[in-house]
Design a protein around this ligand. Structure first.
Ligand SMILES: NC(=O)c1ccc[n+]([C@@H]2O[C@H](COP(=O)([O-])OP(=O)(O)OC[C@H]3O[C@@H](n4cnc5c(N)ncnc54)[C@H](OP(=O)(O)O)[C@@H]3O)[C@@H](O)[C@H]2O)c1
Length: 329
């Protein structure tokens, strides 16, 4: 490791040249991530969501902002897509395949709150009241699980060929690379994936850029909390989403695709529009909701060259919230 090599934060935390897909990219955290990557060199960002008008408005807003990069009018694209429908996801994949042919980073960000029985569970005065609160909007679990959890598998799987195409474009060998016959106590004898670095300069990337394609799943601090602030279905579906993000990293290890999980605490969005955003130290030690710096810094770190070695992790961005509730993390 050459500790005297020049270090440039602008290249470590950059989205330069990346093709990115963000589900739920028309509002809240998805839009914030889109804005951060748009302002920092992404070549193409596809925003997916069910409401076309929300996606179109988001793109207009980003493109007309003073912070928009110059000559970037074709970077942002909207695709109407329901992540709970495989047909709808396949249609989005087909469109991106035809237009771009590869995806460097997929954000599984779409989500819903589901049945809202959260804090009421702790306010019940009789066992019957607790029973009824636990069963509130019971049929709503299906949609919450389909969007928050099942889609992590459905959308990730559907995009795998395009993620692999991003790797081969960057000079990586394609297909499955079995690591053995390694001895876990010995280094230097296994079988790594090979990369032809010659193509990197043609693509405008640094020659030490060995980023692999990347799936980033947005779960929640609720994945880990034993206190239910939104509802039991939200906790359960987000715990499962975080777990799937970790499992994907293991499944995809020999396929050259990374998977990481972002677990936000409270951030302003459509989902949290009813929340005032000022917190006591027993709720969010930082005292506030997450802001644009917080999510942008994390997103740029994960997609940038500085995040190349991050794989299979859960990144909490919660102002310390998991530490002040009963939580497993
Ligand atoms: N804000 C927070 O405090 C917070 C905290 C922890 C985790 N999160 C997670 O962060 C992610 C983003 O949420 P947000 O807070 O930014 O809320 P948001 O503004 O409500 O964004 C959710 C997005 O998901 C999209 N979506 C929902 N169902 C979809 C479906 N079936 N297919 C495609 N898109 C769908 C929505 O668009 P359409 O309705 O148009 O489809 C919307 O743009 C979610 O996974 C959420 O659980 C948020």
């Amino acid at each position: 490791m050459d500790v005297l090599a020049p270090i440039n934060p602008a290249s470590l935390f950059s989205a330069k040249g990346l093709v990115v897909v963000i589900t739920g990219g028309g509002s809240g955290l998805g839009l914030a991530i889109a804005s951060a990557l748009y302002q920092n060199g992404a070549a193409k960002i596809y925003l997916l969501g069910r409401r076309q008008n929300v996606l179109d408005d988001a793109i207009k807003k980003l493109e007309s902002s003073p912070s928009a990069p110059k000559s970037s009018s074709s970077v942002l694209s909207a695709i109407s897509c329901d992540v709970a429908s495989l047909d709808s996801v396949s249609a989005a994949v087909k469109q991106i395949q035809e237009e771009t042919g590869y995806v460097d980073v997929l954000f599984n960000n779409a989500g819903v709150l589901g049945p809202l029985n959260g804090p009421d569970l702790y306010r019940t005065e009789s066992i019957e009241h607790l029973r009824d609160t636990m069963l509130r909007d019971y049929d709503g679990w299906g949609q919450a699980m389909a969007i928050n959890t099942q889609s992590v598998v459905g959308v990730s799987a559907a995009f795998l060929p395009l993620l692999e195409a991003a790797n081969t474009r960057r000079g990586w060998a394609a297909g499955r690379v079995r690591g053995g016959p390694g001895d876990p106590r010995v280094t230097g004898k296994g079988t790594p994936r090979e990369q032809d670095k010659a193509v990197l300069s043609e693509l405008g990337h640094d020659e030490d850029d060995d980023r692999l394609a990347h799936i980033i799943t947005v779960a929640s601090v609720a994945s880990f909390m034993r206190y239910s602030t939104a509802g039991l279905a939200y906790n359960a579906s987000k715990a499962a989403a975080a777990q799937l993000g970790k499992i994907l990293s293991s499944i995809l290890a020999e396929w050259g695709i990374r998977s990481n999980v972002i677990c936000p605490g409270p951030y302003p969005s459509e989902m949290t529009s009813h929340i005032e955003g000022r917190y006591g130290t027993d709720q969010v030690p930082q005292g506030r909701m997450g802001n644009f710096n917080d999510i942008s810094g994390l997103a740029l770190f994960l997609v940038g060259k500085g995040g190349a070695y991050i794989n299979g992790t859960v990144q909490l961005t919660d102002g310390g919230r998991a530490g002040v509730f009963p939580a497993t993390y």
